[in-house]
Design a protein around this ligand. Sequence first.
Ligand SMILES: *Cc1c(COP(=O)(O)O)cnc(C)c1O
Length: 376
Amino acid sequence: MKPIQMVDTKTQYLKIKERVDAGIQGVLDSAAYINGKPVQEFAANLSQYLKVPHTITCGNGTDALQIAMMALDLQPGDEVITPSFTYIATVEVIALLRLTPVFVEVDKETFCIDAKAIRAAITPKTKAIVPVHLYGHAAPMEEIMDIAKEHNLYVIEDNAQAIGSDYRFTDGSIKKTGTIGTIGTTSFYPSKNLGAFGDGGAIFTSDASLAEKLKMIANHGQKIRYYHDLVGCNSRLDSIQAAVLNVKLEFLDEYIESRQKVAAYYNKAFALHNKLTIPLVKPYCSHVYHQYTLIVNGVDRDELSQFLQDNKIPNMIYYPVPAHRQKMFDAFGGSSYNLPLTDWLTERVISLPIHTEMEEEQLNFIINHLLKFINN
Ligand SMILES: *Cc1c(COP(=O)(O)O)cnc(C)c1O
């Protein structure tokens, strides 16, 4: 059996090596390392795939969130509602821009921000909501957009973990996650579902004037070179990364299917076990399984994690400390929050290996070991 990895980007690469190598060679031949043709091509291809009018590429998913918040002219002290149960990048940029993060609970079944909790957290200072499509499952966007409309709030979708996921509205219409809110953002970090061979990110919007502003902010606030109208930053997707992503985008749907097959295999093995809760999928979305995350009950999660590790089964806790308990947020009153469900999940989640190259033998090995530990 091949050694088990959390992600296997190497085997994935070898299957499309010729095309990826040709793309990279093309950049080397052109010497257009910055903003070369592949960058514009990739932005256009991604727009087409997501059916969103505007895609602005940038340096990484954290920058994408920051640029999005800068473009909305949020002011210090403005409140931004966000889950505490997320990767730090989501909430870090809120603090970086001197905005006030307001942490709310997530839904126990989907790990995503809870719409009722959003409603309860709205104050006259609230300006924006940042839902995260965690692990590849969509936040309840229809309800979130209704709330945003009612209260005149911006919505920035952190789509770093769910690119390619479909969201179904009650009227039957379908949109890709990341294209529903005022702005959507994503990351092309190598282990993400659409991963580059280095850092990368993108921002999405349907609003043309907002798109222009986002583009300017990512490029030192300039539209005409050396004329800087806005305070911006320097955040670019490299031509080489765009060349890689252009090839991989063609395979994204296939990659998603492979992940869904792995998840289905795990689900079948774990569904009826009373100490395990498998990831649920709401009928409104397609889960793209950036992570396959179980909730374990009545078992010491950390001992399970160690047991798997001892048997050469990598596994991860996403995330071991929720945002509101990070020292970083002491100054924002983080420790005064009472988010029992977030704490409860933090102590019980465990993510198993899931990627596009997993073999049945590996899955059986993982399942057998996990069940052996749990049944003891
Ligand atoms: C990965 C990730 C980011 C940040 O992306 P980078 O490209 O690493 O900056 C932001 N939010 C979430 C939910 C992520 O998973």
